[in-house]
Ligand binder design. Structure first.
Ligand SMILES: [Zn+2]
Length: 447
């Protein structure tokens, strides 16, 4: 038997699932390392590449620069119901630097190996950038509209706090986000294995950031003399008190909901008053426990020290830097404690502060995200969690926009995904990217 295929001269139009891997690969090959001091290559080349991908399907995106080379891209898609508040769907184009000698592959080659895409940004967050681009291109090509207006944004500079990206856009171009009330971006939506079951962590909260300078002043003098007013000694005592402080467990509503969910999945006991119960539940999250373990309390890590210029001279001043991450709703208590720990002879100055965020794990958008995941993975359990770091959602919050971390990826249970954020050998399964575009497409149709 032979079958005759109908002749067709039309070139088949690629779908999001066809395109997403290639788009991600191309983005990984554009080095957008952000060293935090302006010395990197910038995001301009990646932004122009994104512009071309959006232009190609007939969209009219806008590229703007906050400084030479520091480019972001924004485009608005009209929704089926444009009277509803808009949703911001955003990613960042920069990546943290990569030391090539630490990697098993060239971090900027976008290599596909054993069903995974490797490269700096494969996890944080060119994977999601590619998923967004692929889904938007397919929607526009097919003449489909998202349920409501969607502002699609690709920001510069997230890895250095967003000053030249999201923060700049919010301060200088707020009209781009007009009518938007909610946002979706990175560091959430990926699966982890809990008690042999697949759970997706949806990010509904972020800790606040407080980079603090400790300054101790004392009496300068000769290193051979008695000096009880030594700035280095005072600073060292304060640094040791802060660095070794055991912050008590403080469970925010998000963490409480997460631990309850983990208890349900594992059968472990949950007692919010019992630190051992909390420890056991956090440990049940496997590699993701490193993320979650930092969200059951404040943290305060000394990271830099500076004092003196000669072995036999006591300096008049000594300084240290503390990276403190404070829980949403408890930031002032945290500061108060840090001031006590610093002591009367050491003052605290803020180097960089940013707000903590927390929103309920309820509402129509949360329901839509959960439904989209469950539709593609019927075995999925979705749990809220708190990010111990920050994202561009902090900047968008200044416009009253509620942000979530939802870059949906169904991952193999043995892949330590959360450990690859800013780590070596970042890699993402290509099947996970295809899963992600299916979920995102469904979400945009129903959100
Ligand atoms: Zn990121």
């Amino acid at each position: 038997m032979t079958s005759v295929r109908p002749e067709s001269s039309a070139v088949p139009v690629p779908t999001a699932q066809d395109e997403v891997v290639g788009i991600c690969q191309d983005l990984l090959r554009i080095d957008t390392s952000n060293f935090g001091d302006g010395s990197g290559p910038g995001e301009r080349a990646a932004a122009e590449h994104v512009m071309a991908l959006l232009h190609e399907v007939g969209l009219e995106p806008e590229l703007f620069e906050s400084a030479p080379g520091r480019a972001s891209v924004v485009v608005r898609l009209e929704g089926a119901d444009p009277t509803r508040p808009a949703l911001v769907l955003h990613g960042h184009l920069d990546v943290v630097p990569a030391q090539a000698s630490d990697w098993s592959v060239d971090p900027f080659a976008g290599e596909e190996r054993d069903g995974l895409l490797w490269g700096r940004g494969a996890v944080d967050m060119k994977d999601m950038d590619a998923m967004i681009l692929a889904v938007v291109r397919q929607m526009v090509r097919e003449g489909r509209k998202p349920a409501r207006d969607v502002v699609v944004a690709f920001f510069a500079d997230e890895e250095a706090g967003g000053t030249y990206g999201a923060r700049y856009a919010v301060d200088h171009r707020p009209e781009l986000f007009e009518g938007a009330t909610e946002a979706i971006s990175e560091v959430g939506g990926f699966s982890v294995e809990v008690g042999g079951r697949r759970a997706y962590l949806l990010q509904t909260a972020e800790k606040g950031i407080a980079w603090l300078r400790l300054v101790a002043d004392g009496r300068a003098g000769h290193g051979s003399q008695v000096n009880h007013d030594n700035a280095v000694t005072r600073l060292a005592e304060a640094v040791a008190r802060i660095g070794t402080h055991h912050w008590p467990y403080t469970l925010t509503p998000t963490v409480d909901a997460l631990l309850r969910g983990v208890a349900d999945l594992t059968g472990l006991r949950y007692d919010a008053e019992d630190p051992r119960s909390i420890d056991a539940l956090v440990a049940a999250l496997g590699p993701a426990s490193r993320f979650v373990g930092a969200t059951v309390r404040h943290t305060s890590n000394p990271t830099q020290l500076a004092a003196g210029y000669k072995a036999n001279v006591i300096p008049g001043r000594a300084e240290a830097t503390i990276d403190a991450r404070l829980l949403p709703g408890h930031e002032e208590d945290g500061f108060e404690r840090l001031r006590e720990l610093a002591g009367e002879h050491v003052r605290i100055e803020a180097i960089h502060r940013d707000i903590a965020l927390e929103v309920p794990f309820t509402g129509d958008l949360v329901d839509s995200m959960v439904d989209a995941l469950v539709a593609e993975d019927p075995e999925a359990t979705v749990l809220p969690y708190t990010l111990s770091g920050g994202t561009d959602n902090k900047s968008l919050a200044r416009l009253g926009i509620t942000g979530y971390g939802f870059a949906p990826l169904r991952l193999p249970g043995d892949l330590d995904f959360s450990g690859m954020f800013h780590g070596v050998d970042e890699r993402v399964p290509v099947d996970s990217l295809r899963f992600g575009v299916r979920v995102l497409d469904r979400l945009l149709r129903t959100c």
